[in-house]
Design a binder for this molecule. Sequence first.
Ligand code: AMP
Length: 280
Amino acid sequence: MIIEKIDLLRKFLKEKRQSGLSIGLVPTMGYLHEGHLSLIRRAKKENGVVVVSVFVNPSQFAPNEDFDAYPRDIDRDYKLASEAGADIVFHPDTEEMYPPYSNTFVEVGGEMTKVLCGASRPTHFRGVTTVVNMLFNITNPDNAYFGQKDAQQAAIIEKMVRDLHLGIKITVCPIVREASGLAMSSRNKYLSEEEKTQALVLNRSLDMAKRAIVNGQRNSAEIVRMITDRINKESLASIDYVSVCSYPDLIAAEQIETRTLIALAVRFGKTRLIDNIIIE
Ligand code: AMP
C-alpha cells in the first residue's frame, strides 16, 4: 500500500503497534536499487511491519544541487519495495512534510557534520537529520535501517539518536555494489558509459588502500596520497575529498590505530559520487 498522508500513516501504524507488531523504518529518496532493497529485506526479517519512505527531501539539497533532476519513479519503487518486503511505502509530497512557514531544523553540532561531505555541502546534514527526525516522529519505529554507503550520515544519525534519547535501534547495512565493484547509487543513472568505467577507480583505490594497511601501512597521509594519485590517473575524475578518520567519531588521525573510515567523494562530470571502506 502507498500512503501519502501523515495522518493516515499514523493511524495505520497505531493499529499495528496495538496488535503487538514491531515497526521497522527504511528512509530513502527512491529510485530504488539493490542497496535499498538489502535494507528492506533486513527490516522485514526483524520487524512485524516495514515502512519504506520515498521522499526526495528538498532541505538536504543546496540550491545549486540536483534536487530537480534527481530520478523519480514511484510506480517502480512501489513494486520493488513490496517485493522486498515493505508493507507500506510512505510517499508524501513536499507540502505534506514541509507545510508553508515550517521553519524548524534538527542539527547535530560539532565537527562531525562539518568534515568530509559536510565541508562541500554545509547545509546537507541538517536537512538529513531534520527529515529523518520527522520520519521518526511520524512512524515511531522500533528499528531504522541505513546504509554504510553513506557512512557519515549513519554516524550522524546514530549520534542524534543518542543525544536526543530517541530510543530507536539503528542498524547500518553493508554497501551493495554492482558486479563491477561500483557502489550502487541512484545517481549512477547520471553517468555516461565512459564515466561509469572510470568511476570503478573509487572502489579499486579503496581496495588498494586496504591492502596497504593490511601490509602494515599506518600513515594516513600516505594512504590519502596513494588514493589521490590513483584517482587522478582518470581523466574525467575531479576529487572533492579523500579522507582517513576514526569511525564513528570522524576525527582525523595521523596514524591508523582504531576503527578507521576511508571515505572519498569524486566528481565525474556533473555527478558527485561517494564511496568508503571501514577498516576494523
Ligand atoms: P538514498 O535513497 O540514496 O537516500 O539512500 C537511502 C538509504 O539507502 C541510505 O541509508 C543509504 O545509505 C542506503 N543505500 C544507498 N545506496 C546503498 C548501497 N549501495 N548499499 C547499501 N545501502 C545503500
